[in-house]
Design a protein around this ligand. Structure first.
Ligand SMILES: Nc1ncnc2c1ncn2[C@@H]1O[C@H](COP(=O)(O)OP(=O)(O)O)[C@@H](O)[C@H]1O
Ligand SMILES: [Mg+2]
Length: 268
């Protein structure tokens, strides 16, 4: 590929950034929800986007995958401006993403297996047998192999969530976006999901951007955490979560401590 070299600042001296967010201002419902967003996603890292409900996490994710147009600023994938790309170029860039949104919506009129095989039919050259093999393999990864022939309506909420994750993994994306992957899961499945994220990173080198407000999960899997402050309407921290727990700004420390302690989690 011969994308024009862009003015880019590397995430660090030795890890080139996969995604760069520059001066991003985002709005939802006609209101600016976050501004001054400036960060990189490094190749191979797990970056958690964290903050209280309503601070703009899902909105930010929609901008990072090119579904929403920024009020100002840019999102670059390998130096290519997502929002300046024409439709064909954007489609090519998006093919490198796996996305699982909060609702984890599956196509309800297809079996779980068909849900995974459709993107494979659209975007790969795999033949029918290859598509089925890939679909079963990804379902097995999330512990759902037996659900291959079931309809989404026959699954529990947690199973549906995992099936949606398997679908996001079907195309073996280099960059995976997850919106609240643990919500609605019981603690066992939630821990399992954390392990899966770590496995993907470790074995496939997948870069993961995970929106969550679940602190234990952040502490378990994230290399770095980006904190979006609701009142200041901007990012107020970007660092490894363990470091922020000790040395972050007061609001960030409070958020982490409240979520990390089992008693805090029960508090209103
Ligand atoms: N389509 C929309 N129309 C109006 N307001 C919206 C819309 N989407 C989001 N918002 C508002 O924008 C803010 C950020 O929402 P969201 O990104 O979903 O937050 P989070 O994912 O952090 O909980 C919230 O106040 C929400 O009510
Ligand atoms: Mg959200």
């Amino acid at each position: 590929m011969s994308a024009a070299p862009t003015e880019t600042r590397p995430a660090s001296a030795d890890v080139p950034a996969l995604l760069q967010v520059q001066g991003l201002v985002i709005e939802a419902g006609g209101r600016i929800v976050q501004q001054g967003l400036e960060f990189d996603v490094r190749r191979g890292e797990v970056l958690a986007i964290v903050g209280p409900s309503g601070c703009g996490k899902t909105t930010l994710l929609r901008h990072l995958v090119g579904l929403a147009l920024p009020r100002a600023g840019r999102v670059l994938l390998d130096g290519q401006d997502l929002h300046a790309a024409d439709e064909a170029a954007l489609a090519a860039l998006r093919r490198r993403f796996g996305v699982m949104f909060q609702a984890g919506a599956l196509w309800t009129s297809m079996t779980v297996g068909e849900n995974l095989m459709l993107p494979l039919r659209l975007f790969t050259r795999l033949d029918a047998a290859g598509r089925e093999r890939r679909a079963r393999e990804k379902l097995a990864l999330v512990g759902l192999e037996p659900a291959f022939g079931l309809m989404p309506a026959e699954l529990s909420g947690g199973m549906r969530k995992r099936a949606a994750l398997a679908r996001a993994l079907a195309l073996e994306p280099e960059l995976l976006f997850l919106d609240e992957p643990g919500s609605g899961l019981d603690p066992v499945n939630s821990a399992r999901l954390d392990e899966l994220v770590l496995d993907l990173r470790h074995h496939l080198g997948t870069t993961v951007v995970m929106v969550t407000h679940e602190v234990p999960s952040v502490l378990a899997v994230a290399d770095r955490m980006l904190y979006l402050d609701e009142l200041e309407r901007t990012m107020t921290a970007l660092a490894p979560p363990a470091l922020l727990l000790e040395q972050g700004p007061p609001a960030v420390q409070r958020f982490l401590r409240r979520g990390a302690s089992p008693l805090g989690a029960l508090a209103p």
